[in-house]
Design a protein around this ligand. Structure first.
Ligand SMILES: NC(=O)c1ccc[n+]([C@@H]2O[C@H](COP(=O)([O-])OP(=O)(O)OC[C@H]3O[C@@H](n4cnc5c(N)ncnc54)[C@H](OP(=O)(O)O)[C@@H]3O)[C@@H](O)[C@H]2O)c1
Length: 336
């Protein structure tokens, strides 16, 4: 009898503690007030198109001054006019700084300096500039591999390097990196691209640890396929295998990705994903990444084994797609 009562008490203790923990962390994180962007300066590389432009619109809606960085001055001006329409006050500024993120570091420093002179000290840097090139590894020119690394990884590293001392001094704000689901899981046709996006995660994890004592946050977004001009360009030449595998996560709008990313960044969350597959991937890949949400930590602790099993099914499905495509190609060749 005593044994049964003891068991019941233990179960009750576990349930009550679990509920208290989840509720406490929900209050602590999800119900937490995000930092305000009112009157703050946000710099967005890749802000003239796609996810970057949508992020700029969200920042403008939230009262921020926005500096846009990209190469094409005409596209920048077009985006500037569009973003200004979403400003919540007449005092807000949106300025353009045509710069190649993979260009010389002196130019990057000049851009940051000019932007801060015009719009004030930086609160948030969002590294969105980047592109994808899908091709089998042996079909990817070595120059393309260098360019992917230079734009996707070094571009973000250069801008982060240029803003970090100022941010540390002010002890407020943060940095955002836009990686990709391809930065969590390498798939067929994305060898060179995935390497550049995995690199961003390494940079972000190390930076997060360096910046935490200075009250600065780091957020990495891992978007799935997102309906942008960049995605349309990437689709022009994509191996069948890559298309079939990556479309299993669904197609999201850049507005959704940007909205979620800004929310996560303003709440100081390290990982930002959208969709079920993104959630499953970031859970199974949590590894030693920074803990910025106890709810997420609890979910990871209790579901890691099961999610790993689910990921094995996904990988099995992906391998089948690759084999099927190879068989179809062989069949076609034989029939010629
Ligand atoms: N769309 C997707 O499905 C998807 C999925 C996962 C991750 N992502 C990542 O999300 C980010 C944004 O992608 P998106 O789809 O929104 O692309 P997008 O519509 O092509 O926009 C890319 C932006 O980056 C700028 N940019 C490109 N190269 C640059 C360079 N060397 N220097 C400065 N600016 C540069 C472009 O302007 P200029 O060309 O004028 O320079 C443009 O403003 C990228 O890092 C991409 O890898 C996208």
């Amino acid at each position: 009898m005593l044994h049964i009562i003891w068991d019941l008490m233990t179960i009750e203790f576990v349930i009550v503690t679990g509920i208290a923990l989840i509720f406490g962390t929900w209050v602590g994180f999800y119900a937490a007030k995000p930092r305000s962007l009112k009157g703050k300066h946000v710099m967005i590389t890749g802000g003239s198109s796609g996810i970057g432009k949508c992020l700029a619109i969200e920042c403008a809606k939230n009262g921020a001054h926005v500096s846009l960085v990209a190469r094409n001055p005409a596209l920048l001006e077009e985006a500037r006019a569009e973003i200004l329409k979403f400003a919540s006050t007449a005092e807000q500024k949106v300025s353009c700084f045509p710069t190649d993120v993979s260009g010389p570091y002196e130019q990057v420093e000049r851009t940051v300096l000019q932007a801060e002179e015009e719009l004030g000290p930086l609160f948030l840097l969002a590294n969105c500039a980047g592109y994808a090139k899908a091709a089998r590894f042996e079909d990817t020119a070595v120059d393309e591999m260098k360019k992917l690394m230079a734009v996707n990884y070094l571009g973000a590293a250069q801008f982060s390097h240029a803003v970090i001392s100022g941010m540390k001094g002010r002890r407020e704000g943060g940095i955002v990196f836009v990686s990709s689901q391809g930065g969590l899981c390498g798939i067929y046709g994305f060898a060179a691209y995935a390497a550049s996006k995995f690199a961003l995660r390494g940079l972000a994890e190390a930076l997060a640890m360096e910046l935490k004592p200075y009250n600065l946050t780091v957020t990495v977004s891992f978007p799935p396929d997102t309906d942008t001009p960049g995605f349309a360009e990437e689709n022009k030449e994509k191996p069948e295998e890559t298309r079939l595998i990556s479309e299993s996560a669904g197609l999201f709008s850049p507005e959704t990705v940007a909205k979620v990313l800004l929310d996560h960044s303003l709440k100081g969350k390290f990982v930002s994903t959208v969709g079920l597959e993104g959630f499953l991937q970031s859970t199974v890949c949590a590894g030693m990444s920074p803990v910025t949400s106890f709810v997420d930590l609890l979910i990871q602790v209790f579901s890691m084994g099961l999610v790993r099993l689910v990921s094995a099914f996904y990988l099995f499905k992906f391998d089948r797609i690759v084999v099927k495509c190879m068989e179809n190609r062989d069949k076609k060749k034989r029939s010629l």
